[in-house]
Design a binder for this molecule. Structure first.
Ligand code: PMP
Length: 462
């Protein structure tokens, strides 16, 4: 990222393989080393302070210095630092967390299974879908449909469900039985003059055509993030999920809501599903479940799915799935404390109070010459950068425009995340209005600086 080749970064280059980087570039440039955090800020090893505009990887909902979470972990570590949930064992934090989650989740979701990451929760969902349909004696009903640009994780099944080609290339993915349908990005993929409603109808029709082509008896489930995060903060067009769910219901296809980013208030509702009238049969949760302080994820399922799991496990003599750290007491205790904080501090009211400032702040950039589209909902935002506003012409991918902006933002004390040509924002949910203004001001400076550099380059070239 920034070339600061001190001894720590030299050691990192010597010994580490990093996720989601160009490994060659990393070798040359090294890491930005983050040393500590406070509220919505993090500090690097040279003492520079940054607003964490993306809450680390979307998850640091309560910022970087919530002592109650630290104490919850410490207290649990002292009492019982580890224990498993295999073979009829349980610990109090796991029990309490399942109860709390089921109580706050949409009413049709009644049972929780725990894992350690979003990927594992989604992999569990893929396996549960198979198990469920085998229990119902529908051995052909196994295919899963996801969307282009969807992100569901990095493990073999979750990466297959993911709709990002780079996550498949050379890993010999996707696995068999995973299909991808249209990405609901109105800005990029609508026909000229097509309304959001008509675009949604067309996508639902395409989905139905795909199901019919494949044979509905072979299609088991549809995966969807309420708002697609890593794909570029893509907010579904109007009526999208109504249209899609009508098709799913017609062919008895399960809906899996991947709420790994949207869950716990990010969109201004406790779950993203509520914002769009989604009625999922399964839901995956992670990230803000523990404020990111401990790795933990959950899969919630409906009664009929749970009943099928019970039936099949009874028949087979056991449910052959689980992780050593499923419902680990330390992350579970931290997650319980996180959910208590959300409730006690009424995090939703806070989010709704500051959201207009965030929405207005980002929307002001819509008129900027480098900005093609601003998408924003709740405290989640994406600014799509274009070379030509009129034609929506993107920059040459080799120019890596969003990464250039990321670097300029760093210079101005702001961490953003480039997602293709989109600069994303998902600040800690505790951010206040003055901090939002500050974040926007820093982003604006970076954007203007790039625009000035480009203008200068054009003058020189011209
Ligand atoms: N689903 C979504 C929507 C995500 O954004 C992510 C991670 N960013 C995942 C799943 C995978 O989570 P993890 O990296 O914890 O495996």
């Amino acid at each position: 990222m920034t070339a600061r080749l001190n001894s720590a970064s030299a050691k990192d280059i010597a010994y580490s393989i990093h996720p989601y980087v160009n490994l060659k570039v990393h070798q040359d440039e090294g890491p930005l080393i983050i040393e500590r955090g406070e509220g919505i800020y993090v500090y690097d090893d040279a003492g520079n302070r940054y607003i964490e505009g993306v809450a680390s990887l979307w998850y640091a909902s309560l910022g970087f210095s919530e002592q109650r979470l630290v104490e919850a972990a410490y207290d649990q570590m002292k009492k019982l630092p580890c224990y498993h949930s295999f073979g009829h064992k349980a610990t109090s934090p796991g029990i309490e967390l399942a109860e709390r989650l089921v109580e706050m989740a949409p009413p049709q979701l009644t049972k929780a299974f725990f894992a350690n990451s979003g990927s594992e929760a989604n992999d569990t969902a893929v396996k549960v879908i198979r198990y469920y349909n085998n229990a119902l004696d529908r051995p052909r009903k196994k295919k899963i449909i996801s969307r282009f640009k969807a992100y569901h994780g990095s493990t073999v099944a979750a990466a297959s469900v993911t709709g990002v080609p780079r996550n498949h290339w050379d890993f010999d993915l996707p696995i068999e039985g995973i299909l991808h349908t249209d990405c609901p990005d109105h800005y990029r993929f609508a026909e000229p003059g097509e309304s959001e409603e008509d675009f949604s109808k067309r996508l639902a029709q395409n989905l139905e055509d795909l199901i019919l082509r494949e044979d509905p008896e072979t299609v088991a489930a549809f995966f969807a993030e309420p708002v697609m995060g890593a794909g570029g903060v893509l907010i579904p067009p109007r009526n999208y999920f109504d249209e899609i769910q009508a098709v799913l219901r017609k062919y008895d296809i399960l809906l899996v809501a991947d709420e790994v980013i949207c869950g716990f208030g990010r969109l201004g509702t406790m779950f993203g599903s509520e914002s769009f009238g989604m009625k999922p049969d399964m839901m995956t949760l992670a990230k803000a479940l523990s404020g990111g302080y401990q790795p933990i994820s959950a899969l919630l399922v409906s009664d009929p799915i749970y009943a099928a799991l019970v039936m099949e496990s009874e028949k087979l003599g056991g449910f052959g799935h689980g992780f050593t750290y499923s419902a680990h007491p330390v992350p579970a205790a931290v997650a319980v404390e996180t959910l208590k904080i959300y409730e006690e501090r009424d995090i939703l009211t806070h989010i709704r109070r500051v959201t207009p400032r965030f929405v207005d702040g980002l929307n002001k950039f819509a008129s900027h010459p480098l900005v093609g589209k601003v998408r924003v909902m709740g405290l989640l935002g994406g600014v799509e950068i274009v070379a030509d506003k009129e034609t929506k012409q993107p920059f040459d991918p080799a120019f890596a425009v969003a990464q250039k902006i990321e670097k300029l933002c760093l210079k101005h004390g702001l961490i953003t995340r480039p997602l293709g040509d989109v600069v994303s924002f998902s600040p800690p949910l505790i951010i206040d209005e003055a901090q939002i203004d500050d974040m926007m001001e820093r982003f604006g400076r970076a954007l203007d600086e790039l625009a000035a550099d480009l203008a200068e380059a054009r003058t020189i070239a011209g």
